[in-house]
Design a protein. Structure first.
Lengths: 118, 112
């Protein structure tokens, strides 16, 4: 069964610090997608990145970077030089390619609440 | 602008009073789904629809109904709401297959 674990429930950092959010996943499928979503205090879910299981290249987008390692089943998210606007709950999610009736739901971790203090 | 629109955004109701949360997407997506978000439990799938007239249960379907008469709309129906359905609800859509879900802004429902 698929599972996503975000062991860090809450993290507080001071502005301009770097912070890494951990995500460990479990799946029996060889083809799957991993995602990160951001949920700011306003409540909406904002898509950040998608990575498929065959692409282990790390990705950088501005201050955000993602490290995907299949050997450790991890897909960690680093924010460099954090800002107050980064304060949010961050969710890691997994979707397996092997569809149940065509449904490929996102299975979410419980989320990590990041507080960036000025 | 590509978006998923949910209404109402906030609702307080009483036990047993039927309600519908509407969801509409303008991206011509085949796949739509409903999730609920609860503290400590994260996001869980309620129902999904692969296309018009094709719907099926997710992980927590009890107490909910859905319909998909048109491609763009996927309403969530609570026939007889109970307090344990107090939650934050999200509608989402995407093209068929794998890929990221686009979420609505959420509907916060309180059942007294």
């Amino acid at each position: 069964a698929q599972k996503v674990t975000q062991a860090q429930t809450e993290i507080s950092v001071v502005e301009k610090e770097d912070v890494t959010l951990d995500c460990v996943y479990e799946t029996r499928d060889t083809t799957y997608y991993l995602f990160w979503y951001k949920q700011p205090p306003s409540g909406e879910l904002v898509f950040l990145i998608r990575r498929n299981s065959f692409d282990e290249q790390n990705e950088i987008s501005g201050r955000y970077s993602w490290n995907f390692q299949k050997s450790t089943s991890s897909f960690n998210f680093t924010i460099t030089a954090s800002q107050v606007v980064d304060s949010a709950v961050y969710f890691c999610a997994l979707s397996e390619a092997r569809a149940r009736g065509g449904n490929t739901p996102l299975v979410f971790g419980k989320g990590t609440r990041l507080s960036v203090i000025a | 602008e590509a978006q998923v629109t949910q209404n109402p955004r906030y609702l307080i109701t009483v036990t047993g009073k039927k309600l519908t949360v509407t969801c509409s997407q303008n991206m011509n997506h085949e796949y739509m789904s409903w999730y609920r978000q609860d503290p400590g439990l994260g996001l869980r799938q309620i129902y999904y629809s692969m296309n018009v007239e094709v719907t099926d249960k997710g992980d927590v379907p009890e107490g909910y109904k859905v319909s998909r008469k048109e491609k763009r709309n996927f309403p969530l129906i609570l026939e007889s709401p109970s307090p344990n359905q107090t939650s934050l609800y999200f509608c989402a859509s995407r093209r068929t297959g794998l890929g990221e879900l686009f979420f609505g802004e959420g509907s916060r429902l309180t059942v007294l």
